[in-house]
Design a protein around this ligand. Structure first.
Ligand SMILES: NC(=O)c1ccc[n+]([C@@H]2O[C@H](COP(=O)([O-])OP(=O)(O)OC[C@H]3O[C@@H](n4cnc5c(N)ncnc54)[C@H](OP(=O)(O)O)[C@@H]3O)[C@@H](O)[C@H]2O)c1
Length: 251
């Protein structure tokens, strides 16, 4: 396993001057989306959320603090309307259904977001940018089985999430693709730590609180270091992250 991780991979939650004022959360009604809306509001951003019409009700608790644009996230007209005036766009790449939902969503965001906007996308560890990731057996089996079952039942398209990320990696926008480990609910532990490649020792615990995944996405809006990066994240209090932090402190 590699252990070539700079200490800059542990960053603080302070606000940076580069942060946008108005941000759009694409896929706002899901679990990750709702956490991102909350964190973005907590940071004082104006927030616009996009979600399917049948899911608007899930956002009721935000009241008039959240502007909602109802519609499919892969509908270019919906995205064009929602991202207007936004300096940042946080996009949940959802692999659900059999209608190229992820790649359609990514395409619309890449096309209609402001050229100078910070674009932050979510996906899982299974996405690789440079083929240098070393995957645990359990994840390889899961991807094979879930991918096959998803295609068979037409309920999910993992391959389309791969295609979405291929488009993002090839784009000249100011993107970051955040690759989440296995997720769990629970109180925040603070910002996750990250590494370039799955297989790096700091990531071995493969566990992040969902609220902290969202925190990392929102924090990435103002972090120039993460532009054109695909950080793989893990909870900062997970055993593998704690070992890494200890090793850096003692170096
Ligand atoms: N779950 C994990 O363990 C895990 C692990 C690593 C990374 N991730 C990544 O984290 C992100 C969020 O995943 P999540 O599992 O936590 O789910 P989530 O936040 O609940 O988000 C699911 C999203 O998919 C939408 N959706 C559900 N069914 C759909 C359908 N048939 N057609 C179109 N959209 C549909 C939901 O919209 P509605 O609200 O309208 O239903 C929601 O926006 C994803 O990018 C995923 O790749 C997840």
């Amino acid at each position: 396993m590699n252990q070539t991780i700079p200490s800059s991979n542990i960053f603080s939650a302070e606000k940076s001057a580069a942060e946008p004022k108005r941000v759009c959360v694409v896929g706002a009604s899901g679990k990750l989306g709702q956490y991102m809306v909350q964190h973005a509001l907590d940071r004082g951003y104006e927030v616009v959320g996009v979600c399917r019409p049948q899911s608007v009700v899930k956002l009721a608790r935000f009241g008039d603090r959240l502007q909602i644009v109802p519609g499919s996230t892969n509908d270019p007209d919906v995205i064009q309307k929602a991202v207007t005036g936004c300096g940042g766009v946080l996009t949940v790449l959802a692999p659900w259904g059999a209608q190229q939902y992820s790649s359609g969503t990514a395409r619309a965001v890449l096309k209609y977001a402001r050229p100078d906007a910070r674009l932050v996308f979510s996906c899982g560890w299974h996405i690789t940018r440079d083929g240098q990731d070393v995957y645990p057996l359990g994840l390889r089996v899961f991807v094979k089985v879930f991918g096959w079952l998803g295609r068979l039942t037409r309920l999910a398209e993992l391959d389309d999430q791969v295609e979405a990320c291929r488009q993002i990696f090839a784009s000249r926008t100011r993107w970051t693709v955040v690759r989440g480990s296995d997720l769990e609910e629970g109180e925040s532990q603070g910002l996750p730590v990250w590494s370039q490649h799955v297989g790096d020792a700091m990531l071995v615990s493969n566990r992040t609180r969902r609220t902290d995944f969202a925190l990392f996405m929102v924090q990435a809006l103002g972090d120039e270091v993460l532009i054109h990066q695909a950080p793989a994240i893990v909870g900062r209090l997970s055993p593998s992250a704690l070992s890494y932090v200890g090793a850096v402190a003692n170096a």
